[in-house]
Design a protein around this ligand. Structure first.
Ligand code: ADP
Length: 604
């Protein structure tokens, strides 16, 4: 039982893991998407910053670009160029330049002779004054003398400060009088940047970093320098070092955006650490992964719940099937048992029928044998009245011959009485010998007693017999035949009246019942003379009677006894201790109910 339930469980978890592996690649596009999005956002930000910075830088430079040409036309300065030894002119030129520098915000403004010597300068009064210094080696001077606007970035040889130099020739027609130079301080352009993770990088035409927010990058070469460039560097001394060390930038760590400034030949770059993108991307991927995990867990939970549900259903189904099988098996057993019982019942019924038949035949055989034994007495009993009839008939003929009609009528009456007696004997014998086709049925006892008494009511009244009934109100049901029971009761009561007729008042009959284990005992007692000793011994015998032939046939008790036995009961007779006869009918109990069977008929 355990292995089939464990296998799908393991399978489910495995499929969940497979599902997770299949779903994990979904994180890759998510990562790409997030990367693209955040890169875009950062690039846009950087582009704006870069634009701002470039505009600022160009603005700073352009502000001073035209200044040397304008200043070159000032007469005070021209005068110095024309008379370099004029101390007063020099002095006023120096002061003029100083004033202009203060007004324009330039770093230094100075005037050079065609030889490259500085004649007048705005920093004339400072320690590192340019006065009398020669800057002919500077490219801007050469450019200016050549008639172009000189531009140059470099460290001040005296100040050591970085600056951008604009130079223009001061001309008088075709003649070069000298040159005017404006040096712009660029140090402050580096401090535009706040404390942001993005870094600024301005490289010149040589690829050397000249302005940067990272001081350790300054004057490093972003690319290898060729010989011409090295020579130019050696000649112009733009940097504090002759050979700038290489700038080692880990390209993958930075997201870079460049802008080239045509007029200076510079490249302005903004470098944003890749971490700025990586961090939100990682967060997005983590959130996505988390969501996926939650989804998977929910899925797993759902699958688990579904599996539990299916398992429960399977378990229920199995239990139901088992129950059904058990019920089926039990039903089969019961059916088998039932059919066996039916068979047994059939066999019993058959056996009972056989028994009843056998009993019937036995009774019949008993009756026949009794009749056999009785036949002598019967023929005697019938012959006697027959002989008497014959003699009365003969006698009647003689009497009629003699005209004694009254006597003859008397004879005929006697004949009639005798035939009546013979008919009575025959009727009793018929009733006795009749094969009773009725099986014992349930009969109410009290109504049967009432019936029997009602037939004898006239006799009872004549004899003035007191009846003492001790019977329960509720009907007592016994196994009997209604007619047969009435016949028995009638016989016994008639015998009691016969016995009571022999004695004086008071005459009493007691009828009482007693419940026994098998049914009911019905006691009939009278206060007559009781059975004689002989009668106690032989009363069951057919034709035994102590009565005169007119009173009794001696068949009553014999027939009653036979009928009671046929009904499964018994007839007992004895004398009561206080005198009189005591007859007991021992009857089997019957099922309570209404007797629906047709009454038996003696004539049948
Ligand atoms: P019968 O009544 O025709 O004589 P029975 O078979 O009914 O035939 O009775 C047999 C005999 O039993 C009677 O003759 C009588 O002597 C005796 N006997 C029957 N019932 C009583 C009774 N209640 N009291 C005294 N003797 C009885």
């Amino acid at each position: 039982m355990t292995s089939p339930t464990r296998t799908p469980k393991r399978l489910r978890w495995r499929s969940l893991v497979i599902l997770a592996l299949l779903l994990t690649p979904l994180l890759w596009p998510l990562q790409q998407l997030a990367q693209r999005y955040y890169s875009g956002v950062l690039a846009e930000q950087n582009r704006q910053t870069l634009d701002l910075y470039v505009a600022n830088l160009l603005g700073t430079l352009r502000r001073y670009e035209i200044l040397p040409q304008i200043l070159g036309d000032l007469p005070d300065l021209r005068r110095v160029l024309e008379a370099p030894d004029d101390g007063q002119a020099l002095n006023s030129a120096n002061r003029l330049l100083q004033r202009i520098r203060e007004q324009t915000g330039a770093d230094v403004i100075y005037l050079m002779a065609p030889s490259g010597n500085t004649l007048a300068t705005s920093n004339w009064d400072q320690e590192d004054s340019f006065v009398a210094r020669n800057f002919a080696f500077r490219p801007y001077f050469r450019e200016a003398i050549a008639g172009r606007v000189g531009r140059f970035f470099g460290l001040g040889t005296t100040s050591g400060k970085r600056g951008y130099y604009f130079a223009a020739a001061v001309r008088d027609g075709e003649r070069n009088l000298g040159a005017l130079v404006v040096k712009v301080d660029l140090d402050h352009t580096e401090t535009l940047w706040g404390n942001t993770p993005e870094q600024l990088l301005v490289t010149d035409a040589n690829g050397v970093v000249i302005l940067t927010s990272r001081s350790d990058w300054r004057f490093h070469a972003s690319r290898p320098l060729d010989a011409a460039e090295r020579a130019a560097i050696a000649a112009n001394i733009p940097y504090p070092t002759q050979s700038p060390p290489p700038l080692r930038l880990e390209e993958s760590a930075w997201i870079r955006q460049d802008r080239t400034l045509e007029e200076t030949g510079w490249t302005v770059s903004i470098l944003a650490p890749r971490a700025l993108v990586d961090r939100p991307v990682r967060t997005a991927v983590a959130i996505g992964g988390g969501a996926l995990l939650v989804l998977l867990l929910l899925l797993g939970l759902m699958m688990m719940r579904r599996r539990h549900y299916l398992e429960r259903i399977a378990l229920d189904t199995r239990a139901r099937q088992e129950l059904e099988q058990r019920v089926q098996a039990r039903t089969q057993d019961l059916e088998l048992l039932n059919s066996r019982l039916k068979q047994e019942v059939l066999e019993r019924e058959h056996a009972q029928q056989e028994l009843v038949r056998a009993q019937d035949e036995l009774v019949q055989a008993g009756k026949l044998s009794a009749l056999g034994t009785m036949s002598a007495s019967i023929s005697h009993e019938l012959n006697q009245p027959l002989a008497a009839i014959r003699s009365y008939a003969d006698n009647a003929g003689v009497l009629l011959d003699h005209g004694r009609t009254d006597d003859a009528r008397g004879n005929l009456k006697l004949i009639s009485q005798l035939t009546e007696r013979m008919a009575s004997i025959i009727a009793h014998l018929r009733a006795f010998a009749r094969r009773d086709r009725h099986a014992p049925e349930s009969v109410a006892l009290q109504p049967a007693i009432d019936d029997a008494l009602s037939l004898l009511v006239k006799r009872r009244r004549t004899l003035d017999v007191e009846l003492i009934r001790d019977l329960p109100d509720a009907n007592l049901w016994v196994q009997a035949g209604e007619t047969r029971l009435r016949q028995v009761l009638g016989n016994l009561l008639a015998n009691a009246f016969d016995a009571l007729a022999e004695r004086p008042q008071p005459r009493r009959i007691w009828i009482s019942t007693e419940l026994t284990a098998d049914g009911v005992d019905l006691h009939l007692r009278d206060n007559g003379p009781g059975f004689s000793q002989d009668a106690l011994m032989r009363a069951r015998e057919p034709f035994f009677t102590t009565k005169t032939s007119a009173q009794g046939l001696g068949l009553g008790l014999a027939i009653c006894d036979a009928l009671m036995r046929a009904l499964g009961g018994e007839l007992l007779f004895a004398n009561h201790p206080e005198g009189g006869a005591l007859l007991t009918l021992r009857l089997r109990a019957g099922a309570p109910g209404v007797n629906t069977q047709p009454s038996e008929d003696l004539a049948q």
